[in-house]
Design a protein around this ligand. Structure first.
Ligand code: ADP
Length: 318
């Protein structure tokens, strides 16, 4: 294999039998193994307390694993912590910069930790602050910035070492839709340019739209590790909420459709994805029920996620 191909074959991230038991006795990770290919846009999803932050904390040297290894572009977190850190850009969940510093200072100073000279750091900070559309606030203390701007600054800061792997831990939590879109525009752009992206999010629809591959973690275990396409194709059931007129309180029996009354004006219909909707409407009409409007009950991935968690026996997880 030519050298270039061989280096391409090394995964951006390879997690091998990683375990973490906190001093409290909580087993946050139970033998987690995972591979993320170079160039991937990878979603790591899971309910609160699943172990996502612990995993990300281990990759970014904030948490010590109990056992196992993680390799970033072939470098082990045990053998070459510094090398791993140089490959990674981390956007943590909590805003954790000094609110009295300016965005420009924050970016240039973090570059200093990586030994990047100021002559390179300054134009680089300008480039990313402009791309993330916060350049007009670059020289004001960050405490004057809105929440969405602070989140974008966290991304600009994570780009200062031009990482090959960008890890974002719930980066859009609480951010309004317009700013969220502009963040995604930036991140998909750098992913297209070759940066591998790992994203944890509660916005499952977002993962569905953005990510090519997905792992679902629950109670410290990987319960699904597949491509987004394959995961979605597993979903063979769709649910609709129907606003209706003429419902007399008796639910009609319709082949292949599970019908539930939510109230006298609202029914819920669950059926295979292949089911003909016209047949549903015709059957309802035959029972004197008119559908005035309808909508998908849930996002498909959301539904699958709930089912996986239930299958794993953890239905109570929030
Ligand atoms: P997630 O990011 O998916 O919400 P976490 O990795 O934060 O999950 O948490 C996984 C489990 O580990 C949870 O039960 C959590 O309470 C526990 N945990 C996280 N951090 C610590 C810590 N520093 N000390 C003890 N337990 C912790």
């Amino acid at each position: 294999m030519p050298a270039a191909d061989a280096s391409r074959a090394v995964p951006a991230l390879e997690v091998v039998d990683l375990r973490k038991t906190y001093a409290s006795g909580v087993q946050a990770l139970k033998s987690v193994s995972l591979k993320v290919a170079q160039g991937d846009f990878f979603a790591l999803l899971g309910p609160n307390g699943a172990g996502k932050s612990t995993l990300i904390g281990i990759l970014s040297s904030l948490v010590n694993p109990t056992s196992g290894d993680a390799r970033v572009f072939g470098l082990s977190i045990h053998a070459d912590r510094g090398g791993v850190m140089r490959q990674i850009g981390l956007v943590p969940q909590e805003i954790n910069f000094n609110q009295f510093e300016t965005p420009f200072e924050i970016c240039v100073n973090v570059a200093g930790f990586y030994g990047i000279p100021r002559t390179i750091a300054r134009p680089r900070a300008e480039k990313y602050l402009k791309e993330l559309r916060i350049w007009d606030k670059a020289f004001q203390p960050t405490r004057m910035m809105s929440g969405g701007m602070k989140r974008r600054l966290m991304i600009a800061r994570a780009m200062m070492n031009e990482p090959r792997l960008l890890i974002l831990d719930e980066p859009t939590a609480g951010v309004d839709i317009e700013i969220r879109r502009s963040m995604w525009h930036f991140i998909t752009g750098i992913n297209r340019a070759g940066t591998t992206v790992i994203l944890t999010t509660h916005y499952l629809e977002e993962a569905e739209q953005l990510c090519r591959n997905i792992a679902i973690i629950d109670h410290g275990e990987i319960v699904e590790d597949t491509s987004m396409r394959r995961l979605l194709s597993k979903l063979d059931v769709q649910s609709f909420v129907l606003d209706v007129m003429g419902f007399d309180g008796t639910l009609p029996q319709i082949d292949g459709v599970k019908l539930v009354r939510l109230d006298d004006q609202t029914l819920e219909a669950e059926m295979p994805s292949t089911h003909d909707l016209n047949a549903l409407f015709a059957a309802l009409t035959a029972h004197g029920i008119t559908v005035t409007s309808m909508r998908n009950k849930t996002n498909r991935l959301e539904e699958l996620f709930v089912r996986l968690v239930e299958r794993n026996g953890n239905g109570a997880a929030a």
